[in-house]
Design a protein around this ligand. Structure first.
Ligand SMILES: Cc1ncc(COP(=O)(O)O)c(C=O)c1O
Length: 460
């Protein structure tokens, strides 16, 4: 069964929440995900008139079930964040224990142990100068914190830089500032550009981008953007994802990050790496930047940080940047934070997630199973409808000839009980890092079958 919004088609008006004349605020229907539930949620990023969608009621391992009892292999990791899959008892237990002891306490006047332990742990994992962590609730907030640090820092150094260089097809989140960092058409809005942004178009997509020539061209364009004469002067920061998520599962040319690091060192621009998606083992290394042994000035993390068990985000800064904020005239520090920043339950879940990733060797598994999945899809996803197959770790993208074909592929895969993610022409398989040989085989077979369905007009 799918959740259906019938409020538009029935003659009985729905009672407002909490009304004593209608159903109670916690109706039995709401518990099992009734029609009413669907109509009350304003679902983001989808047509407001879309009236049906599956209700997911349960998860275990790398599978989820809908309320009709159908089982799906989740190669979307929910919103790319369920790195440890579903029903992971160690994370669940840590969250429960923390909730019983202290669910949260605010982090501006006070501190608490789970947040302090998490910050310490991240410093250990990231190494080098990355020693000061701002804890927040989402990837967008963490990006915003990192950009605020970069922009607020320069006046404290007596040089008010505020321009930021980004990739046009980058995605950094949903707040007005974060949407301004991107040049993706669907993120255009009326609040654009609170700070000057130079957005660099990547030269081309597909295999050509991953060649030596692609690297030269991509680097040249970023270098030009950094050097561009601007009334605002040189950039305060360069912000980018090591592997573009919403931009279409784009694997940047190997060597680009290392060259960017040197460019930033030369020009003084801070290097902010948005590893909200790629961090915590997703690409077969703890952090994607480690493939090139690059350390940014600010590292942004979120999705995998606690496997999606609670909202969390982190901007980890080089310690010397925090020291510069001692000169800040209003609070002598960072003027950014939220009520639930570094929520204690979320931090406890993050610590347990890091334990699970370590204990179960999930980073190495991501590299191994990702390579197997890429091989299988390279061999099996062929023909004129497919224009590229690429990947790094457990992010494997099948690029279709157009977005409509990509949508049809996702639909056909769903009919075969495989959840895939679509970004324009890109169809991405991004399963939990706990995927195994059987799961990899199932994904490859279902994608091949779904491609056949698209070709022949069969199944859905
Ligand atoms: C690379 C990247 N940065 C930032 C974000 C924003 O994170 P959130 O949706 O948690 O605000 C996302 C989310 O998809 C992302 O992929």
């Amino acid at each position: 069964m799918t959740l259906t919004d019938r409020s538009a088609s029935t003659t009985t008006p729905a009672a407002p929440p909490g009304s004593s004349t209608g159903s109670s605020t916690r109706s039995p229907g709401a518990e099992r995900g009734s029609d009413d539930t669907a109509s009350r949620i304003w679902h983001s990023w989808t047509p407001v008139r879309q009236r049906t969608r599956p209700a997911i009621v349960r998860g275990a391992g790398y599978h989820v079930w809908d309320d009709a009892g159908r089982r799906y292999l989740d190669a979307t990791s929910s919103a790319l964040n369920a790195v440890c899959g579903y029903g992971e008892s160690r994370i669940e237990a840590a969250a429960r224990t923390q909730a019983a002891q202290l669910h949260h306490f605010e982090l501006s006047r006070f501190t608490h142990r789970p947040a302090a332990a998490l910050a310490e742990r991240l410093t250990g994992l990231l190494g080098g100068p990355l020693t000061r962590t701002v804890l927040v609730n989402s990837g967008s907030e963490a990006v915003e914190a990192a950009v605020r640090i970069a922009i607020d820092l320069w006046p404290l150094r007596g040089e008010p830089r505020s321009r930021v260089v980004t990739l046009e097809r980058g995605y950094h989140g949903s707040t007005a500032l974060c949407q301004s960092l991107s040049g993706l058409p669907h993120l255009a809005n009326r609040y654009r550009d609170p700070i000057p942004v130079t957005r660099v178009p990547l030269p081309r997509e597909g295999a050509a981008l991953r060649t030596a020539d692609g690297l030269e061209r991509a680097f040249e364009l970023i270098e030009q953007a950094v050097a561009e004469p601007h009334e605002d002067g040189p950039p305060a920061a360069v912000v980018l994802e090591p592997l573009l998520n919403v931009g279409g599962g784009i694997v940047l040319p190997p060597g680009l990050l290392a060259r960017l690091r040197r460019l930033c060192d030369r020009t003084g621009a801070l290097l902010i790496l948005d590893e909200v998606f790629t961090g915590l083992g997703r690409t077969g290394a703890w952090f994607a930047s480690q493939h090139e042994d690059v350390r940014p000035d600010l590292m942004v993390l979120s999705k995998g940080l606690n496997g999606g068990y609670a909202p969390i985000g982190a901007a980890v800064a080089a310690g010397h940047l925090a020291e510069d904020f001692a000169a800040e005239p209003v609070v002598g520090g960072l003027r950014y934070g939220h009520t639930t920043s570094g929520h204690a339950i979320a931090c406890a879940a993050a610590l347990a997630t890091l334990d699970v990733i370590e204990e179960d060797g999930l980073v190495a598994r991501s590299a191994r199973h990702g390579a197997d999945l890429l091989d299988a899809l390279t061999a099996g996803a062929t023909g004129p409808l497919v224009t590229d197959v690429r990947g790094r770790g457990l992010v494997v993208t099948v690029e279709m000839a157009d977005a409509d074909l990509a949508a049809r592929l996702v639909q056909a895969a769903t009919a075969r009980r495989l959840l895939l993610r679509q970004q324009g022409r890109a169809v991405m398989a991004v399963p939990p890092l706990t995927i195994d040989e059987t799961g990899v085989r199932e994904i490859a077979e279902s994608v091949a079958g779904a491609l056949d369905d698209v070709r022949t007009g069969g199944r859905p």
